[in-house]
Design a protein around this ligand. Structure first.
Ligand SMILES: O=C(O)CCC(=O)C(=O)O
Length: 312
C-alpha cells in the first residue's frame, strides 16, 4: 500500500490525511478478538455499552501485545518507507540501538451520563516527553472499532497547525529542543498560543473512521485526546504508531530533555539495560555545537528530511 499523489498533497497541506483500510480485514478480526478477550476478565464486553465503565479504560492486566504487531504490518511499512525514503523508524529511546516497539493503545469509552460534550481547547506536540527527545517525524492513529461521530472520542487535531508550528520554530529555532514548553507564550498560554493569529489554522477536528482505518499526522500537528460523548454506543479503540528519523535518534546523547517542570532530567540508575554512564545536561546553551545536529535543525523546507515522494 502506498499513498496516492492526492493523499500526499493533502498530507502536506493539512498536516493530516486519512488512510482508509490500512489494516487488512483478517488482521483486524484477530486484533478485535484479542481485545475482547483482554476485557472479558473485567466483565467488560466491547460490544455491549451496558458493561462499560465511563471514560478512559484499560483492563486490569493491560492491553495485549497484538499479533501481528502494528509496526510489522506491510501496509504501514510501505507507507513509512514512502514517507521517509528509508530514514524513518518506530520511535524508541534515542541514543540506544533500535529494539522492537510496542504501539500505544488508548481506549476511550463514553463519558458519565449527563456530561455535556465539548471539543478540546488545547493540544500538544509529541516527541517532547521526559527523557530523550528529538527527531520526531510522524504518527499514525489506527482505529480498531468504528468511530462514526466527531463526538466519539477520536483524536482531536488542528488542521494546518503543522504550518503554524513550523513558522514558530523558524522564528525561534533555539526552542525546538523542547525549551519552547518552558518559554512564553507556551508556558502560560499552552500550544494554542502558537496557533492563535495564524489564519491558516483550522478549527479543531476530531477523527472519525471505520475499524481498520488510520489517520496519518505530521509530527508538528497539534493534537490531543477528546472525550467520547455520553450515550455513545461505540468505543474509541485506537493504536498509535510513532516514527522518528533514524539518524536523529542516534544523535540523542548530546542533549537531554528536562522533566515536565523544567528541571534537568535525571537518568535512570545504571543497570543491566543501560550499563553506560549518562549525565543529564538540561537544555544546551544556544551556542553549543550540539545544536548544529540535524535533530535541532528547523529547515525552511519542512520536508527536507522526508523522502523524495514529499519533495517533488
Ligand atoms: O488518545 C488520543 O486520541 C490522543 C492521544 C495523544 O494525544 C497522544 O498520545 O499523544
Amino acid at each position: 500500500m502506498l499513498l496516492t499523489a492526492a493523499q500526499l498533497d493533502e498530507f502536506k497541506a493539512e498536516g493530516a490525511v486519512p488512510v482508509p483500510g490500512l489494516v487488512p480485514p483478517d488482521v483486524l478480526a484477530g486484533w478485535q478478538a484479542e481485545f475482547r478477550r483482554a476485557c472479558s476478565a473485567d466483565g467488560v464486553d466491547l460490544d455491549d455499552p451496558a458493561t462499560w465503565p465511563a471514560g478512559r479504560y484499560a483492563p486490569e492486566g493491560g492491553w495485549p501485545k497484538l499479533s501481528p504487531c502494528l509496526y510489522d504490518l506491510p501496509n504501514l511499512q510501505s507507507i513509512v518507507e514512502q514517507l521517509g525514503g528509508g530514514a524513518f523508524a518506530p520511535s524508541h529511546p534515542a541514543g540506544k540501538p533500535w529494539s522492537p516497539q510496542v504501539p500505544m493503545t488508548r481506549v476511550i469509552l463514553p463519558s458519565e451520563p449527563g456530561t455535556e460534550w465539548a471539543p478540546p481547547v488545547d493540544g500538544h506536540l509529541d516527541g517532547y516527553a521526559t527523557g530523550w527527545g528529538g527527531g520526531f517525524m510522524a504518527f499514525f492513529v489506527v482505529l480498531l472499532w468504528d468511530v462514526s461521530s466527531p463526538r466519539g472520542g477520536g483524536t482531536a487535531y488542528w488542521p494546518r497547525s503543522h504550518l503554524a508550528n513550523h513558522r514558530y520554530f523558524l522564528e525561534h529555532p533555539e526552542r525546538f529542543d523542547g525549551s519552547y514548553l518552558f518559554t512564553e507564550p507556551v508556558r502560560s498560554g499552552g500550544h494554542r498560543a502558537i496557533l492563535e493569529g495564524d489564519t491558516r489554522v483550522g478549527e479543531v477536528e476530531c477523527m472519525t473512521g471505520r475499524a481498520g482505518d488510520a489517520l496519518l499526522f505530521h509530527g508538528l500537528t497539534t493534537h490531543v485526546n477528546s472525550t467520547n460523548e455520553a450515550g455513545s454506543r461505540q468505543p474509541r479503540v485506537a493504536q498509535f504508531a510513532r516514527y522518528s528519523h533514524r539518524k536523529m535518534r542516534e544523535q540523542a546523547p548530546m542533549v537531554m530533555f528536562p522533566d515536565k517542570d523544567g528541571k534537568p532530567w535525571s537518568p535512570p540508575p545504571r543497570g543491566k539495560d543501560s550499563p553506560e554512564e549518562v549525565t543529564g545536561t538540561g537544555f544546551l546553551p544556544p551556542d553549543h555545537p550540539g545544536r548544529k545536529l540535524e535533530r535541532y535543525d528547523v529547515p525552511q523546507n519542512l520536508w527536507k528530511y522526508w523522502g523524495p515522494a514529499l519533495n517533488t
